[in-house]
Design a protein around this ligand. Structure first.
Ligand SMILES: *Cc1c(COP(=O)(O)O)cnc(C)c1O
Length: 388
C-alpha cells in the first residue's frame, strides 16, 4: 500500500490492491468465492482461514480503501450501517457520544433506538465549534461523531479545529465521509481518528452494491476493530468486494463529472424564480463556503434546494422530472432526486426535522454524470410545470 502513498488518488484507485494475480497473471482481481481455506497442518495456512475473518478479494479492496483515504488500515463491511455498528461496539458500556444534529437518518435511528440502551447520545450542531468545545468539556464524551457536509442541510464542520478540540480532551473523532468521498475530502489528513463510508454511494458509484468502510491510522484501534469484526461478523462478501473494486477504479473521473454538473445545476437553480433557496457548498452563498474551500478539494455532487409553493408544488415537481429518478440513496452515476421529509429522513421526528430546517418544500438531488445540459433541461421543464 505504501508504494502508492505519494501518488495522486486517480492513480491509487487504479493501482492500490490491484497487483496481477500471482497464479495466472490475471490483470483484474480474482473473486475468491470461498468460505474456507485448506491448511497443510493444523493451524498452518497462508494467512486465510475463514472468509468472515479474511478473504483475498476483500483484502485487495481494503488495501485500496486505506490508500485513497491516506490511512494505514481499512475494514470493508456489508453496509455503511454495519460499519457504524462495529465502531459503536468499540465503546465501553455507558459511554457518552456527541453526534452532529443533522446526520444520516439511519445513523440517527441506530443511535436512538439500538445503542441508546448502552450509550448516552448528545446531539448538537457541530458547526458551532465554540459551543462544541464547551459541551465536550462538560460532558466528557468518549467519541465525537461528525458528518460534514451534513445530510440533507449540507452544513460544514471545520475538521481541523474540531480535531484539535477533541484531541485535547482525549475524545476519539469519527467522520462519516460518504458525501465527499475520498476524492474531495480526507479527514485523516486533518487530524481525525477514524473515517467511515457508506461504499453504497460514491465509492462503488454504480448503485449495485451495499457496503461500508472504516479507515484509520492507529494500530491499537484497528486491532480492536478487527477483533470485533471477526466476532460480530459484518464483513463484506467476496463478490460485493469485487464489485466495489471494479467501481472504485473510476472514482476520480466520476467525482470530477459529478462536481462539474452539480456546479452548473446549482447556479441554474439559484437563478430560477420558482426556487426559494439553494444549498451547495460550492456557491458563495453557502454559509460555510470558506471552510469548504479550506478543507475540501471540491464541493461534490449533492444539492439541496427549496421549491416555492410548499408540499403540493414539491410533489408535482418530483413527479414531473424524467431524467432524475425519484429514489433514496445517492452517489451513483445516475441522477437521483428525493424528498427528505417523506423519504430518507422520515425516521427523524417532525419537530426535530422542523428545527433542522428539513421542510416540506425541501428537495435533495444527487447529481449524476449524465450530460449537464440534459439534466438542466429536465429540471427546467419540471419547474415550468409548477410555475403556472
Ligand atoms: C447511506 C448512508 C449511510 C448508510 O450506509 P448503508 O450502506 O446504506 O448502510 C451512512 N451515512 C451516510 C452519509 C449515508 O449516505
Amino acid at each position: 500500500m505504501s508504494k502508492y502513498q505519494r501518488k495522486d488518488i486517480a492513480t491509487k484507485v487504479i493501482h492500490a490492491g490491484a497487483h496481477a494475480d500471482k497464479e495466472t497473471g490475471a490483470v483484474t482481481a480474482p473473486i475468491y468465492q470461498t468460505s474456507t481455506y485448506v491448511q497443510s497442518s493444523p493451524g498452518k495456512h497462508q494467512g486465510f482461514e475463514y472468509t468472515r475473518s479474511h478473504n483475498p478479494t476483500r483484502t485487495r479492496l481494503e488495501e485500496c480503501l486505506a490508500a485513497i483515504e491516506n490511512g494505514k488500515f481499512a475494514i470493508a463491511t456489508a453496509s455503511g450501517m454495519s460499519a457504524t455498528t462495529l465502531l459503536m461496539h468499540m465503546l465501553p458500556k455507558d459511554s457518552t457520544v456527541i453526534c452532529g444534529d443533522d446526520v444520516y437518518g439511519g445513523t440517527y435511528r441506530l443511535f436512538t433506538t439500538v445503542f441508546k440502551n448502552t450509550h448516552r447520545f448528545i446531539f448538537t450542531d457541530t458547526t458551532n465549534t465554540a459551543e462544541l468545545k464547551k459541551i465536550i468539556q462538560k460532558e466528557k464524551p468518549q467519541l465525537l461523531w461528525l458528518e460534514t457536509p451534513t445530510n440533507p442541510m449540507l452544513k460544514i464542520t471545520d475538521l481541523a479545529v474540531t480535531a484539535e478540540i477533541a484531541k485535547a480532551a482525549n475524545v476519539i473523532t469519527v467522520v462519516d465521509n460518504t458525501f465527499m468521498s475520498p476524492y474531495f475530502q480526507n479527514p485523516l489528513n486533518l487530524g481525525i481518528d477514524i473515517v467511515v463510508h457508506s461504499m453504497t454511494k460514491y465509492i462503488n458509484g454504480h448503485s449495485d452494491v451495499v457496503g461500508g468502510a472504516i479507515i484509520l491510522n492507529k494500530k491499537s484501534l484497528y486491532d480492536q476493530l478487527w477483533v470485533l469484526q471477526n466476532s460480530i461478523g459484518p464483513s463484506q462478501s467476496p463478490f460485493d468486494s469485487w464489485l466495489v473494486l471494479r467501481g472504485i477504479k473510476t472514482l476520480a473521473v466520476r467525482m470530477r463529472t459529478h462536481e462539474a454538473n452539480a456546479k452548473l445545476i446549482a447556479e441554474f437553480l439559484e437563478k430560477h424564480k420558482m426556487v426559494e433557496k439553494v444549498i451547495y457548498p460550492g456557491l458563495p452563498s453557502h454559509p460555510q463556503h470558506e471552510i469548504a474551500k479550506k478543507q475540501m478539494k471540491g464541493f461534490g455532487g449533492m444539492i439541496t434546494f427549496f421549491i416555492k409553493g410548499g408540499i403540493k408544488n414539491s410533489r408535482k415537481f418530483l413527479e414531473t422530472v424524467e431524467l432524475f429518478s425519484l429514489a433514496e440513496s445517492l452517489g451513483g452515476v445516475e441522477s437521483l432526486i428525493e424528498h427528505p421529509a417523506i423519504m430518507t429522513h422520515a425516521s427523524v421526528p417532525a419537530p426535530i426535522r422542523e428545527k433542522l430546517g428539513i421542510k416540506d418544500n425541501l428537495v435533495r438531488i444527487s447529481v449524476g454524470i449524465e450530460d449537464a445540459q440534459d439534466l438542466i433541461n429536465d429540471l427546467k421543464n419540471a419547474l415550468k410545470a409548477i410555475s403556472n
